[in-house]
Design a protein around this ligand. Structure first.
Ligand code: NAD
Length: 262
């Protein structure tokens, strides 16, 4: 199937590693012209180089902190200008820190609000003029399976991810007449640096090894394994593509069947 992404200008935020990187790679494999950011320009540049080497496309790299309003807006504007327009916006960010309710301070809540929710608000806001100029666009927000089922010890994710989902649903209604489709992609457990860190933190809390934590979490997934970033990236590219133009306001799980509710 031709995904119709060839030469389409695409921005992926927070993409030097993990799911953002996998999404940028999958889009580039389909021929999209990708711009990505990370807080560290060197890391972003190395990620872009790796993608360029594999795909033969040109990938632009920028330094931007998605939790910072000016930095994020500056990135979207520069990237869209350099790309000569914008068709695809993938909103990703680092995950909020783990913790139960009683361990969290006002500062934790404020920081996660900026990182998880406001980064999507601001990215879409900055992208809209370019979507309008180009006759439409597609937004994909990377959320978490916590939008369907709260996760143990991830209170901030459990609170803010559904807020992002609600925002995207609202945007999908408001922006549809402008030919802008908005969807969410919800990973369950995909093996990235973050999952490694979360498993190590859980191991330290419970006094067991991270391998035991991993084995238990794999045991709770019907497919009995974690997902790979590549498995995630390919679904992300599909949802951003011309093959998915009538999908709007949806949230798709990529979780190996871990969320067992209907
Ligand atoms: P990761 O920590 O492996 O990678 C995060 C990426 O974001 C890195 O490139 C990092 O440099 C960049 N980044 C972090 N904070 C940033 C900031 N303020 N500004 C710009 N760039 C920033 O995480 P991941 O596993 O790839 O997950 C991506 C997102 O998906 C996270 O929000 C995570 O919570 C969520 N998620 C992941 C999983 C999973 O299974 N991996 C599951 C549920 C939710």
């Amino acid at each position: 199937m031709d995904l119709g992404l060839t030469d389409q200008p695409a921005i992926v935020t927070a993409a030097s590693a993990g799911l953002g990187y996998a999404t940028a790679l999958a889009l580039a494999r389909e021929g999209a012209r990708v711009a990505l950011c990370s807080r560290d320009l060197e890391r972003a540049g190395k990620a872009a180089e790796r993608i360029e080497q594999e795909t033969g496309t040109t990938v632009r790299a920028y330094a931007a902190d998605v939790a910072n309003a000016d930095s994020l807006r500056g990135f979207i504007d520069r990237a869209a200008e350099d790309l000569g327009g914008l068709r695809v916006l993938v909103c990703n960010a680092g995950g909020p820190p783990p913790g139960g309710f009683t361990s969290l301070t006002e500062a934790h809540w404020e920081k996660a609000f900026q990182l998880t929710l406001m980064s999507v608000v601001r990215s879409v806001h900055a992208a809209l003029p370019y979507f309008r100029a180009g006759g439409g666009g597609r937004v994909l927000a990377i959320v978490s399976s916590s939008v369907k089922r709260p996760l143990d010890n991830l209170t901030l994710s459990n609170a803010y991810r559904p807020a992002v989902q609600g925002l995207c649903k609202s945007l999908s209604i408001e922006l549809a007449p402008n030919n802008v489709q908005v969807n969410c992609l919800a990973p369950g457990r995909i093996l990235t640096e973050r999952i490694q860190q979360l498993d190590e933190a859980a191991a330290a809390r419970r006094g067991i090894t991270w391998q035991e934590v991993r084995a238990r979490s794999e045991g709770e997934i019907p497919m009995r394994r974690l997902g790979t970033p590549d498995e995630f990236g390919r679904v992300a590219a599909f949802l951003c593509s011309e093959a998915a133009t009538y999908i709007n306001g949806s949230t798709l799980l990529v979780d190996g069947g871990a969320v067992t509710s209907l």
